[in-house]
Ligand binder design. Structure first.
Ligand SMILES: Nc1ncnc2c1ncn2[C@@H]1O[C@H](COP(=O)(O)OP(=O)(O)O)[C@@H](O)[C@H]1O
Ligand SMILES: [Mg+2]
Length: 245
């Protein structure tokens, strides 16, 4: 379990996280919802140690990230695979080399071993036969899938997805949703998805939380979350379902 406890983070005068507390269960898909600009990406970056909170605790596998030394944070980060919002591919590298990158950086496997793993991860992401393409030859959905293949290259325990369906057409979004669920079932990981896509959330989530005005306003299984007594949550759900059909 990942336990986020009373997390605070400000940038100058602007308080973004104002006491975020949340438990993320192991082996499930948790979706953290929230309007644009509410601090979802800031929360994810805190979770992987790319940003340090002003106060509060993040406890993963019994280790408190917020009191860790810099070199231990590098080791800690190996637990996570992250699919960034824009996929963050290296444009000058082929699909295969993008996926190989973390293996070349963090392991001393041979080229043949690396290419075997790359093929395996590309197959999981439905990208067989695309090894030699370059990112600018790919659709938005395919770029996300390459980002995901790279995120799982080092076999993380936890996969973080930052807005995996934002900006994709409905069919492509649906294929990414299916892939997220397949990854979850195949790899038995813990998945954390940051999103403002309500429709996708109810398709994939085992657990839903909403970040609002710097705190977690509501969290629970989807069926309970839908019946939240918070007016803000109801409005967010209704608007989200209305907008996407
Ligand atoms: N490195 C940073 N420095 C200053 N402000 C930041 C930084 N990162 C994020 N912010 C601010 O924090 C707020 C939340 O941003 P973000 O987490 O990206 O929102 P979202 O929920 O859309 O992912 C925004 O007002 C953003 O401008
Ligand atoms: Mg964001």
């Amino acid at each position: 379990m990942i336990q986020i406890d009373n997390l605070y983070k400000s940038f100058g005068d602007s308080a973004v996280l104002k006491g975020v507390s949340l438990e993320i269960p192991t082996g499930q898909i948790t979706v953290i919802l929230g309007p644009s600009g509410c601090g979802k990406s800031v929360l994810l970056k805190n979770l992987i140690g790319l940003l340090r909170p002003d106060s509060g605790h993040i406890i993963v596998d019994g280790q408190d990230l917020t009191t860790m030394e810099a070199e231990d944070i590098n080791e800690y980060r190996r637990k996570f695979g992250m699919l960034f919002q824009n996929a963050a591919l290296f444009d000058s590298l082929s699909v295969a080399e993008n996926v190989a990158f973390p293996l070349r950086e963090h392991t001393d496997k041979s080229d043949a071993e690396i290419m075997k793993i790359v093929d395996e991860k590309l197959a999981l992401a439905n990208l067989v036969g695309h090894n030699d393409k370059f990112p600018d030859e790919l659709s938005g959905g395919m770029r996300k899938r390459v980002g995901l293949a790279r995120a799982i290259a080092l076999e993380p325990e936890i996969i973080l997805y930052d807005e995996p369906t934002t900006g994709l057409d409905p069919l492509t979004a649906e294929s990414i949703n299916q892939l997220i669920v397949t990854m979850q079932k195949t790899l038995h990981v813990t998945s954390v998805i940051i999103s403002h896509d309500i429709e996708s959330t109810f398709k994939v989530a085992d657990h839903v939380a909403i970040l609002y005005e710097g705190r977690v306003l509501e969290s629970g299984p989807p069926a309970e979350f839908r019946h939240s007594k918070h007016e803000v949550v109801q409005r967010f759900i209704q608007q989200g379902l209305g907008r996407t059909g």
